[in-house]
Design a protein around this ligand. Structure first.
Ligand SMILES: [Zn+2]
Length: 286
C-alpha cells in the first residue's frame, strides 16, 4: 500500500471460504486504477523481469532451476502476472519460490492463489509472518481500516541478510521495517551479455498512518523502525534500483511500451535519494 490518506476505502467481500479457517477477504473496491491496469512485461536486467501491473510491481527472477516471483499485486492481478510470465516465454508453473516486499493486500492479493496453482514455496520476513497468516488482520493499519487479503501459511521465515538462492542466483533479504513490521528489500547481482549489475528491489518505508506515531499501539516500534530503515537504505550501494510500486521508481517516465532492453535507465541514484527524502519529510511532520 503506497498511500491511503485522502481516499476513502470502500470494502467489498471477495469471497468466503467456509470451513475451519473461515475468513472474509476485504479488498478495497476503489483502489487506484493504475493498480489494475495492464502493462507489458519486460526484461529489466539480466535474469530479472517486470511482470506486474501498471503500478503494482511484480518481479520474476529466472534461473535454470525454476523461478522466483516477488510480489503478486491485488487478487485480480493473478491473471495479468500469469499472462505476463507466459508472454515473456517462461512457464508460470516454474515458479518455485514466492516472496513479498510487504504484507499488504496490494502485494499479497494473489499470493495464496498463485501458491496453490504453482505449488511454489512462500518465504517471508519473519516479522511479517503473523500478518500473512492472518491475511492482514493483525496488521497495525489494515486491521484499523478493515482491509484484508487471503491468508497464507509461510513455508520459511527469513531474517535480515538471509540469502535466498535458486541455482546460482542469490537474493539477499534486507530487513527494512516500518511500512509493515516485516517489510524488506532484496539485493541481487544479475549478469547480461555485456556486464553485471547490482540490483536493489527497494521497499520504500512509506508512512500510511492517519494517526500520530504514538497512537499506533499495535506497532510501538514504528517510529524507530522507519527512521532506521531510511538511514540503512541511504547507505546502500547499487547499480540499478526498482521498487514495490512502479510510481515509486518512475517506471513510466524511464520506460515506454515497446522500448528495447536498457538496464541503465534504472540507475538514477538521485531519484532513489529523493524517494527516501520524501518519506523523511512526512516523518518529520508526524
Ligand atoms: Zn503497503
Amino acid at each position: 500500500m503506497k498511500q491511503l490518506t485522502g481516499y476513502i476505502l470502500i470494502i467489498i467481500s471477495l469471497h468466503f471460504t467456509p470451513g475451519l479457517h473461515a475468513q472474509k477477504v476485504n479488498e478495497p473496491q476503489n483502489n487506484p486504477t493504475d493498480w489494475s491496469k495492464p502493462y507489458e512485461p519486460f526484461r529489466i536486467a539480466g535474469n530479472l523481469y517486470y511482470v506486474g501491473t501498471y503500478d503494482l510491481a511484480s518481479y520474476l527472477v529466472v534461473t535454470e532451476k525454476g523461478n522466483i516471483l516477488i510480489n503478486t499485486g491485488l487478487a485480480n492481478s493473478r491473471q495479468q502476472i500469469k499472462k505476463n510470465i507466459e508472454r515473456l516465454g517462461f512457464k508460470y508453473r516454474d515458479i518455485k519460490i514466492l516472496l513479498t516486499t510487504q504484507a499488504h493486500w496490494d502485494h499479497m492479493g494473489a499470493m495464496a492463489a498463485i501458491k496453490k496453482e504453482t505449488g511454489a514455496q512462500f518465504w517471508v520476513d519473519a516479522a511479517d509472518a503473523p500478518e500473512v497468516r492472518s491475511g492482514g488482520a493483525t496488521d497495525y493499519e489494515l486491521a484499523y481500516i478493515g482491509v484484508s487479503f487471503a491468508p497464507i501459511v509461510p513455508d520459511k521465515l527469513l531474517n535480515d541478510r538471509d540469502v535466498i538462492q535458486l541455482d546460482d542466483t542469490r537474493l539477499i533479504l534486507l530487513h527494512h521495517p516500518g511500512h509493515t513490521k516485516g517489510s524488506c528489500s532484496y539485493m541481487l547481482d544479475v549478469t547480461d551479455e555485456d556486464r553485471s549489475y547490482k540490483v536493489l528491489i527497494a521497499n520504500i518505508p512509506t508512512i500510511i498512518i492517519s494517526r500520530k506515531f504514538a497512537e499506533v499501539k499495535e506497532y510501538p516500534g514504528i517510529k524507530t523502525d522507519i527512521a532506521n530503515s531510511l538511514t540503512a537504505m541511504k547507505d546502500l550501494q547499487f547499480d540499478i534500483w526498482v521498487a514495490s510500486h512502479a510510481g515509486q521508481f518512475g517506471l513510466h517516465q524511464k520506460r515506454k511500451p515497446g522500448d528495447t532492453y536498457n538496464p541503465i535507465i534504472f540507475s538514477d541514484r538521485k531519484g532513489y535519494d529523493q524517494a527516501l527524502e520524501n518519506v523523511w519529510k512526512v516523518y518529520k511532520e508526524k
